[in-house]
Ligand binder design. Structure first.
Ligand code: ATP
Ligand code: MG
Length: 415
């Protein structure tokens, strides 16, 4: 027997869900357009190396969460766990360095093998933006302002807090790393096994640990802000001043990190307390070393990604379906004529739903259920006079209107 359950951690998007997702996507795409970000789509799978190189072999994604398989040709490919790596790869493969600044928006499914729960799936969806080729802090301000704008238009700004931190430049990070390593070494025996591993490979990552015991040790860890050099301080100060100037509130969170070497300066997250353990809604940062690390020309970049499921949950009610005009034949003889009428209305740009089966009562009931604003009823008697009945389903009022003026009447009443 075929197993008819969807694979664990995957979900069908039925019309209500899909409409909700679409609403998030189209709103985000439209607002991104106001900032000059154009939509791109990269493949859903890439050579595994694209992700291992960019995410690093100490990240949760690479160590535990990737869907990796071998193709028939013997190549290792991975379903994308996130969008930045693919965009960076595309930037290099397509020689886009000549066209900087490159500003892109993307949307689509991502895949991570993690424990499914509310707001956490194995196939989930993200919107995201990348601004590639601008070194200055104005780029950071621009992408954060864009994220803020989208949350505002979705009506969920009030449920979120913008947390922000600086990871500094290479010099600051090297200095901080040394201080941090020393601190964690003094607590080594109390750290989780994962974090003891990170201590050798990438101690910054420990700050990001979700382990209870680790979190206690992290709470007493030294503060990055103290170890930033002047350049790094100036950079984050400009970003924060820019946000203030734009009226975007934020909280500084010295523990917020993105633990990879090429992440630098600005790291930020819009978080919420409304989705249980799943607090991150929209997260991003600056990744000046990434494109070079992948083998491209040294190019700065900054961007963010947001989970559509989480955005949609915060946004609540799905937007209403459009309201059709229901076209109903009174008798079997008039079915073909009714379908033709429905078709001619669609050609005029109306949402016309042809009523397939049932007696008049059932058909009207179904029209109500599909939230039709009106029914066009084709009956022998009216047709003899060259007319059809137009019933407004909100008011219940009806009138016979000439066939020749249906379009005009519908435009006047419903458009
Ligand atoms: P988390 O801390 O919740 O695991 P993350 O740090 O792994 O998040 P990012 O890689 O920064 O998340 O991805 C950006 C956004 O994508 C998150 O803020 C979240 O909204 C969403 N997201 C990440 N993983 C999942 C998932 N498994 N299911 C649904 N949404 C997700
Ligand atoms: Mg995660």
């Amino acid at each position: 027997m075929t197993n008819l359950q969807p694979v664990r951690g995957t979900h069908d998007l039925l019309p209500d869900d899909r409409r909700r997702h679409r609403h998030v996507e189209s709103l985000a795409q439209k607002i991104s357009g106001l900032y000059g970000f154009e939509e791109v789509a990269t493949p859903i799978f890439e050579f595994t190396d694209v992700f291992v190189r960019t995410l690093g072999d100490t990240s949760d994604i690479v160590t535990k969460e990737m869907y990796t398989f071998e193709t028939k040709g013997g190549e290792s490919v991975t379903l994308r766990p996130e969008g930045t790596a693919g965009v960076a790869r595309a930037f290099i493969s397509n020689g886009l360095a000549q066209h900087v600044p490159v500003k892109v928006f993307y949307t689509g499914p991502m895949f991570r093998h993690e424990r499914p729960q509310k707001g956490r799936q194995r196939q989930f969806h993200q919107i995201g933006v990348e601004l590639i080729g601008v070194e200055g802090p104005q780029a950071d301000i621009e992408v954060i302002a864009l994220g803020h704008h989208i949350l505002k238009e979705l009506g969920i700004l009030e449920s979120t807090t913008l947390e922000i931190n600086s990871l500094g430049d290479v010099e600051s990070r090297t200095a901080f790393r040394a201080v941090l390593t020393e601190y964690f070494q003094s607590h080594e025996s109390d750290l989780s096994e994962d974090s003891r591993n990170r201590l050798v490979k990438n101690p910054l990552r420990i700050l990001d640990s979700k382990d209870e015991g680790d979190r206690k040790i992290v709470a007493g860890a030294p503060d990055f802000a103290v170890h930033l050099n002047d350049t790094s301080k100036a950079f984050i100060d400009t970003v924060l001043q820019g946000l203030t100037d734009l009226g975007i509130p934020f909280e500084r969170n010295p523990k917020l990190v993105r633990g990879l070497d090429y992440y630098c300066h600005t790291a930020f997250e819009f978080t919420t307390t409304e989705l249980g353990a799943q607090s991150a809604v929209l997260a991003g940062g600056r990744y000046d070393g990434l494109i070079e690390q992948m083998g491209g020309p040294s190019t700065p970049g900054v961007g963010w990604a947001a989970g559509i499921e989480r955005l949609a949950m915060l946004a609540g009610e799905s937007p209403a379906r459009d309201r059709p005009i229901s076209v109903i034949p009174v008798s079997a003889d008039l079915v073909a004529q009714a379908q033709e009428l429905a078709q001619s209305l669609r050609n005029e740009g109306f949402f016309a739903e042809f009523s397939f089966t049932g007696n008049m009562k059932r058909r009207l009931k179904r029209a109500d259920k599909s939230n039709a604003r009106a029914a066009l009823i084709l009956g022998e008697d009216e047709l003899k006079d060259g007319k059809v009945m137009l019933r407004d389903l909100d008011s219940g009022e009806q009138e016979a209107i000439p066939l020749g003026s249906i379009v005009q009447t519908l435009h006047a009443k419903y458009n």
